[in-house]
Design a protein around this ligand. Structure first.
Ligand SMILES: *Cc1c(COP(=O)(O)O)cnc(C)c1O
Length: 239
């Protein structure tokens, strides 16, 4: 356990150094960027260590894993982000522990999240997940709404009881015009965020960048980076 704690502390310090360097290079104050540690596939004991090391924001992408893990960690001062594709039949469970759902990408999901947030008496933060590899109106391979669909979905979230529109999220596309061009992808997300904030000034969150591309995200202006493997280690298999 102390060995694991040392390992996670060293990894966290390295990631912290990368974020600080990226902020300095971009002329941004360090506190502009929030680190969210993606704990998917790793046990609640790791989440506990991370909390002990000062991490306050964690993310998960599958409700089946996240729900029991969050239940084991209710005593910790953590905010939970849900970052995976979300089926409406999982919404009730996710609203039970998530503070922010970053993967809002369709009207039906907004309706379901709103209903469950109201029922639970909570206010749930919502980010619109943008698919930069989608056609103008389609949804992306890994979820997300095409840029042309952001405005309508954002209005829906903003008007939905129990929901708070936080901003935008993306995952750098593996295919299409942005493949291998993370910074260009994140700059496009920033432009979309600027447009969004004209109608919704409080929707300031821009969640972009993972272990491999957090520097590009910070350079482009991201407010939140989602880092998994660089902190916890490379995940076995998919996830
Ligand atoms: C897994 C995951 C991350 C973290 O990815 P790493 O490469 O492990 O840093 C970030 N965002 C989403 C949506 C993820 O599913």
């Amino acid at each position: 356990m102390t060995e694991r704690k040392d390992e996670l502390a060293a990894n966290l310090a390295r990631v912290e150094g990368r974020i600080a360097a990226a902020c300095a290079a971009a002329g941004r104050p360090r506190e502009d960027v929030t680190l969210i540690v993606v704990t998917k596939t790793y046990p609640a004991s790791d989440v506990r260590i991370l909390a002990d090391l000062g991490v306050r924001q964690v993310a998960e992408n599958r409700d089946q894993d996240a729900a029991p893990k969050a239940a084991e960690c209710t005593d910790l001062p953590l905010s939970w982000h849900f970052v995976g594709q979300l089926q409406t039949n999982k919404v009730r469970s996710v609203v039970g522990y998530a503070d922010v759902v970053q993967s809002v990408d369709r009207a039906r999901l907004v309706t379901a999240l709103s209903r469950e947030a109201v029922r639970a008496g909570r206010e749930l933060g919502c980010l619109i997940q943008v698919a930069l590899d989608a056609g103008e109106q389609a949804r992306g391979e890994r979820g997300g709404v095409a840029p042309g669909g952001i405005g309508e979905l954002a209005d829906l979230v903003a008007d939905a009881p129990g929901l708070r529109l936080g901003g935008l999220m993306t995952v750098a596309p593996l295919t299409g015009e942005y493949a291998g061009r993370q910074q260009a992808a994140f700059e496009r997300l920033m432009d979309l965020s600027t447009s969004l904030r004209r109608a919704h000034p409080a929707a300031t969150m821009v969640s972009a960048g993972m272990s491999a591309d957090l520097e590009q995200a910070v350079a482009a202006g991201a407010t939140h980076v989602r880092v998994g493997s660089a902190v916890l280690g490379v995940r076995p298999g998919l996830g």
